[in-house]
Design a protein around this ligand. Structure first.
Ligand code: PMP
Length: 360
């Protein structure tokens, strides 16, 4: 079979691997930025209570959108849900970027390295991805991203905190950046990890969406809410965007059980925030232990740390694997390690203290 040209050349998405068994070690998965604490008990219970499995769910996850609209104080019609935020992003790209006109593909700009799915989603839509390298410290190079804009640019993806390198953008930076971008270009602020940010000037993405008709806020229940297995995410934008998003939205993308659990999690938001705080404290403990052990890692604002190991990345992941820790190597660049259970974090810290393969 011959797929479309863009698809033939696509790399397949490679998800985080599970840990291998190793004698004497409890296995831990630190390779997918999951929430080691899981969902709040009420969310786990809510999905068990769903009794209408023979019925289709609300096509537009209306109950969940009402709950979100109420909690975030945004109009109901400004929210579009998807099967995870990746589902919502796929819908968004398919609405705004594609094969273009006169043989010239639409362009989508993003920082790189960033979320592995970006090039796949963009190229699948038939558009051209424009990857702007992150700076040495793992931060977006926003000036270079502005310079990359052409008259074919349709969408720009900002990832804050950036997966996998870790730093978050600041509100000032994004505000200034938006001034340099033409209003007809959709700017997505991918906030998959925003709940974990503890910086002095955090991005207020909801304020930015209220001020700019081209800004889309992308959020998920996979990380802070611990519901990655259910696949619920959403985009928030003004009608100039959501009117079109709704047309391409996959009907019933959010299942009835996913909607019920997400709503229960929202109604226990204080408990969710407490869990996030526990993870943030573990993250900070891991980051300072690594600094004490002489590792120079970028600022980490998500639920993961980035080890810029370059050519030693795969070797480090193997060393972790030998102790039943699954981590995520990006060959030649670095290793991303999710913040996990305290015992997993201790083992990871100990490995970093003793690992002798660091280049330079
Ligand atoms: N954006 C970023 C930056 C991510 O890291 C991820 C998941 N790893 C997603 C979006 C997608 O998450 P989900 O589809 O589970 O909401």
């Amino acid at each position: 079979m011959t797929p479309r040209e863009a698809v033939a050349a696509l790399p397949a998405y490679s998800a985080g691997k599970p840990p291998q068994a190793a004698e004497g070690f409890t296995p831990y998965k630190l390779s997918s930025n999951e929430n080691p604490l899981g969902p709040v008990p009420a969310a786990a219970q809510a999905l068990r209570d769903v009794s209408t499995l023979h019925r289709y769910p609300n096509p537009g996850a209306e109950s969940l959108r009402e709950a979100l609209a109420d909690q975030l104080q945004v109009p109901f019609s400004d929210i579009v849900t998807g099967a995870g935020s990746l589902g919502a992003l796929t819908q968004l790209i398919s609405a705004f970027a594609g094969t273009g006109q006169n043989g010239q593909k639409d362009e989508v700009i993003y920082a790189w390295r960033s979320f592995e799915a970006y090039p796949i989603v963009v190229r699948t839509a038939g558009a051209q991805d424009v990857a702007v390298p992150v700076a040495e410290d793992g931060r977006h190079d926003l000036a270079a991203m502005t310079e990359a804009v052409t008259d074919r640019t349709k969408t720009i993806l900002l990832c804050t905190p950036n997966n996998p390198t870790g730093p978050a953008l600041t509100h000032t930076e994004v505000t200034e950046f938006l001034k340099t971008i033409p209003q007809n270009i959709v700017v997505v602020i991918d906030e998959a990890y925003f709940e974990f940010v503890r910086s002095a000037d955090p991005v207020d993405a909801l304020a930015l969406y209220r001020e700019h008709s081209n800004v889309v806020v992308l959020r998920t229940f996979s990380k802070a809410h611990g519901l990655a297995g259910l696949r619920v995410g959403y985009a928030i934008a003004q009608p100039a965007v959501t009117d079109h998003l709704r047309k391409v939205a996959v009907p019933f993308a959010v299942s009835a059980v996913a909607e019920a659990a997400a709503m229960a999690s929202l109604s226990h938001i204080d408990e969710v925030h407490q869990r996030v705080e526990t993870i943030v404290q573990e993250r900070d403990r891991v980051a300072s232990a690594l600094a004490d052990a002489g590792w120079a890692i970028p600022e980490t604002q998500g639920n993961f740390v980035w080890l810029p190991l370059g050519s030693a990345s795969v070797d480090f992941a193997q060393a972790a694997g030998a102790q039943a820790l699954a981590v995520r190597p990006f060959d030649g660049e670095g290793v991303r390690v999710s913040v996990g259970e305290p015992e997993a974090n201790d083992r990871f810290i100990q490995l970093c203290r003793t690992y002798s393969g660091r280049p330079g």
